[in-house]
Design a protein. Structure first.
Length: 286
């Protein structure tokens, strides 16, 4: 079985940067180091950081001393203010593309617009964006149609699919006479999604590697299934099953933006072993 890994799979620029900052802080600090929420949606990396003394805290009020790292999703301005008031050292690992989206939200608010954020209501990046978008900001939902003000501004969660954003914009354009849009979807996300779909089209089966709580990984799974390929979502190589590859001549592997390259390599290695086992079993039968 031919195994092909998507051209761009695994850590994106923003995640790589945040993880590097966390490991560097763990190395250089003699005081406690914390992250507000897991640094990335990948349990293996979070465990490795924990072994090096980086603890995950949920709320800014939990941070009593030392250093706190803000993850790539960014935080609500109130959280930043609270951390500053607590006089702890803040390392801001907000991805520059997320910062750009936060600035876009502030600009739209300053223009006197009601800001509509197209994204997942509970996602930490969206929660943070709301803080920049003003009190009347809403999260777009195709089902729940809120009444919009005459002047509207729209932007997207950075990891949203372009298709979902376009659909939302069409619907908003029909409901408001004055719409200003910032396309805040990050290139890394778009490129990964395109690579994944192309790979899925030429593969018999797809394996997507990444945390189950990672929104962008789940989106890659959705896209592969949309192309009509049997798709398996795994966090590590231990979850792979030989049966998935028994009838396949080719398999594609892709990974979410929060998946380390080492994990992708382990998955590919295990897939090769399983293919060999399948082949040996076939030969024994004949
Ligand atoms: S997906 Fe894009 S916006 Fe999100 S962390 Fe990665 S580079 Fe930054």
């Amino acid at each position: 079985m031919k195994i092909e890994v998507a051209k761009r799979a695994g850590f994106c620029f923003g995640v790589k940067r945040a993880v590097k900052m966390a490991f560097e802080a763990a190395e250089s600090s003699s005081h406690p180091v914390h992250t507000l929420g897991p640094i990335i949606h990948n349990p293996q990396v979070v465990e490795e950081l924990d072994r090096r003394g980086v603890r995950v805290l949920d709320r800014p009020s939990d941070v009593r001393s030392g250093t706190v790292i803000i993850r790539s999703h960014g935080v609500h301005p109130k959280v930043l203010a609270e951390l500053k008031a607590r006089k702890v050292r803040v390392i801001d690992a907000t991805c520059p593309f997320v910062t750009k989206a936060q600035r876009a939200a502030s600009t739209l608010r300053r223009e006197g617009r009601q800001v509509v954020i197209v994204g997942e209501r509970e996602h930490p990046e969206v929660t943070a964006l709301r803080g920049y978008a003003g009190g009347d900001a809403v999260i777009y939902s195709s089902r729940n149609r809120v009444r919009l003000k005459p002047k509207v501004g729209a932007l997207a969660q950075t990891t949203l699919s372009s298709e979902v954003f376009s659909q939302a914009l069409c619907s908003l354009a029909a409901r408001t006479p004055d719409l200003h849009v910032f396309n805040t979807i990050c290139q890394a996300t778009q490129i990964r999604q395109q690579d994944t779909m192309e790979l899925a089209k030429r593969s018999d089966v797809m394996v997507v590697v990444g945390g189950r709580n990672s929104a962008n990984t789940s989106r890659l799974v959705e896209l592969c299934r949309k192309v009509g390929r049997p798709t398996h979502h795994v966090e590590t190589e231990e979850e792979l099953q030989a049966g998935w590859f028994r009838r396949a001549d080719s398999a594609g592997v892709t990974a979410g933006a929060s998946t380390p390259e080492a994990t992708v390599r382990q998955v590919v290695k295990r897939m090769r072993q399983l293919t060999k086992t399948n082949r040996n079993q076939e030969n024994e039968k004949h």
